[in-house]
Design a protein. Structure first.
Length: 303
């Protein structure tokens, strides 16, 4: 009889725990960010009051990923979906077409700082992403000022959906802005003496960073779509000779060609991680990501 009572008690405890977990799960809103950099900004604003998840694997280009059934289920159940836009994560355009009230499209935000449009318009050299008839680099988060703009938009959207948590979002936004502003100031000082030193990147994803800090990008090896630009362009990069201080690769792209080019030019090589592949966690991740990019430039361009 005692054994039966004991078992019944355990069953009640388990049922109670399951109910409590279900209540907690219902109370905690869920935000999905398409890529790690956006998830890191969202997490900084949401804090412990909102669960933030990353949808797309960082080691696969957003242009190449195919959604799984589990991804589609997550998108349907998410309270808020944060993404750059259809010209960046094209795979999300169709699933999000009917969810205009539950998404935040970063590329359409007012207040973003856009670098000058590219001037190379020939078929071989055109690059970037079409945007209202223009060609724009959509890696907007690599400018820390844009990072703050994105954070403000996320805070406003979360407040609209969960007004009772506005004080939390406002406090986290203030702290995030302070940290990123200070990081930007330090980064500008660190890069100031390197502005005239030329470099080549793997693909056209750094114009926001380059323009913000006044750096000298000489060329890129691939189009934003991942297509290599061809033999003539490779010859043009080789002709740059000693102007090239560094050739940068990326962890999600084949670095063999970048290392080969650096060797032929007698230049240094280093890796940039714009998508945060090497981030251990999105918590506190945005300043770490920006500082990592700055570190790579300082290390490779310094004599």
């Amino acid at each position: 009889m005692k054994k039966k009572t004991y078992t019944h008690g355990i069953a009640l405890l388990i049922a109670g725990a399951m109910l409590a977990n279900r209540i907690i799960a219902d109370e905690v809103p869920e935000v999905i960010a398409s890529i790690k950099p956006l998830a890191a900004i969202a997490e900084a604003i949401a804090g412990e009051s909102v669960v933030v998840k990353v949808l797309l694997p960082a080691n696969i280009s957003p242009h190449d990923y195919s959604l799984k059934f589990s991804d589609l289920r997550a998108l349907r159940s998410a309270k808020l979906i944060i993404w750059i836009g259809p010209h960046f994560e094209s795979v999300l355009q169709k699933p999000l077409a009917q969810r205009s009230d539950s998404q935040l499209q970063i590329a359409e935000l007012n207040g973003l700082i856009w670098p000058p449009e590219h001037t190379e318009k020939t078929p071989e050299h055109s690059h970037g992403h079409a945007h209202d008839g223009l060609t724009r680099d959509l890696h907007v988060w690599l400018n820390p000022i844009n990072g703050i703009v994105i954070a403000r938009a996320i805070a406003a959207e979360l407040t609209r959906k969960y007004p009772a948590k506005q004080a939390i979002f406002d406090q986290n936004l203030e702290a995030f802005t302070e940290v990123v502003t200070q990081l930007d100031s330090v980064s500008r000082q660190r890069l100031a003496g390197l502005r005239e030193r030329g470099f080549i990147v793997m693909h056209d994803g750094y114009s926001h960073f380059v323009a913000h800090y006044g750096l000298t990008q000489l060329a890129m090896m691939q189009l934003s779509s991942g297509v290599t630009q061809g033999i003539r362009h490779y010859g043009q990069m080789l002709a740059l000779g000693q102007q090239v201080g560094c050739v940068f690769s990326e962890p999600q792209l084949d670095s063999k060609a970048a290392h080969q080019l650096a060797q032929q030019l007698g230049a240094k090589s280093a890796e940039l991680d714009p998508l945060g592949i090497h981030l251990d966690s999105v918590k506190g991740g945005y300043p770490v990501l920006i500082e990592g990019v700055v570190d790579a430039f300082v290390s490779c361009l310094s004599e």
